[in-house]
Design a protein around this ligand. Structure first.
Ligand SMILES: Nc1ncnc2c1ncn2[C@@H]1O[C@H](COP(=O)(O)OP(=O)(O)O)[C@@H](O)[C@H]1O
Ligand SMILES: [Mg+2]
Length: 604
C-alpha cells in the first residue's frame, strides 16, 4: 500500500473515532498492556488524575497557525493556538524531548565539544559552522564510543503522554471499549503533530545544534518573522512575545532555573560583543542578525534577570504595507515620494515604538537610486536597496558618558562629522538625542538632505528639546528642516494601531515675532473616523510648481500618476523593499513607459 493510501485510511479511521467516546478505566486489565501499561507502572498515581471537564468542551483549543521544519533535520515546529476557555492566544513550540538518559549524554557531548572545539569560527559562514559542528560531534561519538541505540526507549512516548495529560490536551472519560486505547493515543498524537524520532542521536543533535549554533530555547522564535519582540522577565514566568498579528502573547517556553537563565543572558551579551556582570548588570547591545538586545543581570535573588530582544526585520515594511495597514493614505505616500525626490528633509517624531524608524525606513525607499546615502545608527535598523549606501553604527567602548569618552568610543557626533567629509547627498540618522543634532541641522543648512527620528510627542516638546541643552539649536536653523512627521500608536477597536497623525511643513521663521510658521498638509482625524484629512496647501507642492514652471493641472497630473502607480503596486502586491525600490527607480528613468504599462494592466 502506498503512503498516500495509508494516510487516507488513517484519516478515515480518525474521523470515525472522533465521534466515539474515549475511555480509560484504570482497573480494566484489558487496557493495561503495551505502552500505556509501561507508562503507568512508572508513575502510578499521577497519570489518572484529571479534573478537566469531559469531551463536550474538548474543542476549546483551536490551532490557528502551524509551521514545521525548524532546526536539525527540521524536527522543530511552532503553532499558535486560541484557547477559548480564557479567550487568549498562545504560542507553542514543539521540539523533540530528551529523556533523563539522553540529557546526560547530551551534557557529556557538549562538554567534550567545548573542550575540543578550540578553533576560531568567527570567519565561517553558517553552512561551514554547521559542517564543522557535525564533523566534530561525529568524531566525539566515535572516539568515546557513544551508543545511541541503547538509549532509545519508549520514554519518549511516556514523557509526552504524561505532559499532554497534565496540560489537558489528552482527556479521558469513563469506560467505553469500542476502540483500543492505543488507537486513541495515536489519534491524539497525530492531532498534536507528535513525531517519534527514530533515534536518540537525532534528538540530541537537535538540541546541540540549537544550543551551539542557534539561540537555544528561543531559537525557533528568533526565526519567526511574525514576532516583533521577545521578553523574558525571569525564570518563573514564561517568555512573552509581541506578535505582529496577535500582539502580546504567552509562549510555552521557560528557563529551567535561575542559573540557566543567567548563563543564557551572559551568552547573549557575549555574542553581542558585550560583557555583563553584577558590577555592570545592564547591557544594551546588538545581536549578529541585527536584533536589539537589552539585558539585566539580577543583583539580588528576589528580582530575577531579564532580557528583551527587539527583532530585526529581514523583510522591512515598505510604503505599500503602511498604506495597507492604513498608517498613511495613498495620497500621503505620493506626497512623500515627490517631496523626497525633490530633496526635502524630514524628521520623524513620536513615542517609543510608535513606528518612527519603520516610517523612516519605508519612506527612504523613495530616495532616488543614484543618490549617495550615509546612514548612522546605534543599532542597525535601516535597510535599503540603494547601491551607493554606506551604513555606519556607533561603537561604545568602556565609558558610559561623554566626559570619560575613550579613543575606542565612536559616537554619532563623530560619525556625522566623518560622514560629511564623504560628501553624501543624503544622511540618515537612526535616532538623534544629543549634540549630534546640531551637526545634522548644520548639514541640512548646507544643502544636504536628512532623515532622522527623535523622541517627542508634540511639536512643542520637540522644539523645546531641540532648543535646550544638550542640543541648543538656534531657532533659525530649524527652518532648514522641511517636514515634521508625527507617528502614534492609537487604540482602535481594542487593537494598538500605528497612524501617521500629522505631517507638518516648516514654512519660515517670522522675523517680527520670532515664531516658526507651520502648515499641515495632512492630519489624521479622530479614532472614530480613522481617516486622513488633506489641506490643499503645501510648501513642497508650491515649490515644485515654481521650479518646474507647472500649472496647477500639471501638478495634479503628476500626483495622480504616482497614486496610480502606488495603487497598481498594491493590487499586484509588489511590496518587498527590493521590488518596490526597483519600480521607483524605473519610474524615475522611464516615467512614460512605466505609466503606460501600469495603465494597461489596471484596465485588465
Ligand atoms: N505602521 C506600522 N504598522 C504596523 N506595525 C508597525 C508600524 N510601524 C511600526 N510597526 C512595528 O512596531 C514596532 C516598533 O516600530 P519602530 O519603528 O521600531 O518604532 P520606534 O522607532 O518609534 O521606536 C516594530 O516592531 C514595527 O515592526
Ligand atoms: Mg526607533
Amino acid at each position: 500500500m502506498g503512503l498516500l493510501e495509508k494516510a487516507q485510511q488513517k484519516k478515515e479511521k480518525i474521523e470515525e473515532s472522533k465521534n466515539l467516546q474515549i475511555s480509560y478505566n484504570e482497573k480494566n486489565p484489558k487496557t493495561q498492556k503495551g505502552l500505556l501499561d509501561k507508562a503507568k507502572k512508572r508513575k502510578e498515581d499521577h497519570v489518572i488524575s484529571y479534573p478537566k471537564p469531559a469531551i463536550e468542551d474538548e474543542k476549546e483549543i483551536e490551532v490557528i497557525e502551524d509551521q514545521k521544519g525548524f532546526g536539525w533535520k527540521k524536527f522543530g515546529s511552532k503553532r499558535i493556538v486560541y484557547d477559548h476557555n480564557i479567550n487568549e492566544y498562545r504560542y507553542e513550540i514543539i521540539e523533540p524531548r530528551l529523556s533523563e538518559e539522553e540529557i546526560t549524554v547530551k551534557k557529556e557531548i557538549s562538554h567534550l565539544f567545548k573542550m575540543l572545539a578550540d578553533v576560531d569560527t568567527f570567519d565561517m559562514n553558517k553552512e561551514e559552522k554547521e559542517i564543522f559542528l557535525e564533523k566534530t560531534l561525529e568524531q566525539i561519538i566515535i572516539d568515546n564510543d557513544i551508543k545511541f541505540d541503547e538509549l532509545y526507549e519508549d520514554n519518549n512516548f511516556y514523557g509526552l503522554f504524561t505532559d499532554f495529560l497534565n496540560e489537558g490536551r489528552i482527556e479521558f472519560i469513563l469506560h467505553n471499549d469500542k476502540i483500543s486505547l492505543e488507537n486513541t493515543i495515536e489519534r491524539i498524537f497525530i492531532e498534536n503533530d507528535v513525531k517519534f524520532y527514530k533515534s536518540s542521536k537525532d534528538k540530541i543533535f537537535y538540541h546541540l545544534f540549537r544550543d551551539f549554533l542557534g539561540y537555544g530555547r528561543i531559537d525557533i522564535i528568533m526565526h519567526d518573522d511574525g514576532i516583533e519582540d521577545i521578553s523574558c522577565d525571569g525564570n518563573i514566568t514564561p517568555i512573552f512575545i509581541h506578535h505582529r498579528k496577535y500582539e502580546a502573547i504567552e509562549t510555552n517556553i521557560f528557563f529551567g532555573n535561575e542559573e540557566e537563565l543567567n548563563s543564557f543572558i551572559v551568552k547573549l551579551c557575549q555574542i553581542s560583543g558585550k560583557q555583563i556582570s553584577i558590577y555592570s548588570p545592564i547591557v544594551d547591545g546588538k545581536l549578529p542578525d541585527g536584533s536589539r538586545l537589552q539585558a539585566t543581570l539580577a543583583r539580588t535573588v528576589t528580582k530575577g534577570s531579564t532580557f528583551t530582544i527587539r527583532k530585526f526585520k529581514e523583510d522591512p515594511l515598505t510604503p505599500i504595507d503602511l498604506i495597507k495597514y492604513k498608517s498613511l493614505s495613498v495620497e500621503m505616500a505620493a506626497y512623500f515620494w515627490i517631496a523626497i525626490e525633490s530633496g526635502a528633509s524630514i524628521l520623524f517624531c513620536g513615542g517609543t515604538a510608535s513606528g518612527k524608524t519603520t516610517a523612516l525606513n519605508a519612506l527612504s525607499l523613495f530616495i532616488p537610486s543614484s543618490h549617495k546615502i550615509i546612514s548612522i545608527e546605534d543599532t542597525r535598523e535601516v535597510s535599503l536597496p540603494h547601491k551607493n549606501w554606506i551604513a555606519g553604527t556607533t561603537r561604545k567602548g568602556f565609558s558610559a558618558s561623554d566626559e570619560n569618552k575613550t579613543g575606542k568610543d565612536i559616537d554619532m557626533f563623530d560619525l556625522i562629522r566623518a560622514a560629511l567629509r564623504q560628501r553624501p547627498r543624503v544622511i540618515i540618522v537612526g535616532e538623534v538625542r544629543g549634540r549630534e543634532a546640531y551637526s545634522l541641522f548644520q548639514a541640512m543648512a548646507t544643502g544636504h538632505t536628512s532623515y532622522s527620528t527623535v523622541h517627542a510627542s508634540t511639536i512643542h516638546t520637540l522644539i523645546q528639546r531641540l532648543e535646550n541643552p544638550p542640543i541648543s539649536l538656534p531657532r533659525a536653523l530649524l527652518t532648514s528642516l522641511d517636514i515634521i512627521v508625527f507617528q502614534n500608536a492609537v487604540e482602535i477597536g481594542g487593537k494598538m494601531l500605528r497612524r501617521m497623525t500629522s505631517v507638518t511643513e516648516i514654512i519660515k521663521l517670522d522675523s517680527d515675532t520670532n515664531q516658526l510658521i507651520f502648515m499641515a498638509p495632512f492630519t489624521w482625524v479622530s479614532k472614530t473616523d480613522d481617516r486622513f484629512e488633506t489641506n490643499q496647501n503645501s510648501k513642497i507642492y508650491n515649490r515644485l510648481k515654481q521650479q518646474n514652471d507647472w500649472t496647477e493641472e500639471q501638478l495634479k497630473m503628476e500626483i495622480s500618476n504616482r497614486i496610480k502607480l502606488l495603487e497598481w503596486m498594491m493590487k499586484k502586491e509588489i511590496r518587498s523593499y527590493q521590488d518596490f525600490g526597483k519600480i521607483i527607480a524605473d519610474y524615475q528613468k522611464y516615467p512614460k513607459e512605466v505609466l503606460k504599462k501600469v495603465e494597461k494592466e489596471m484596465e485588465e
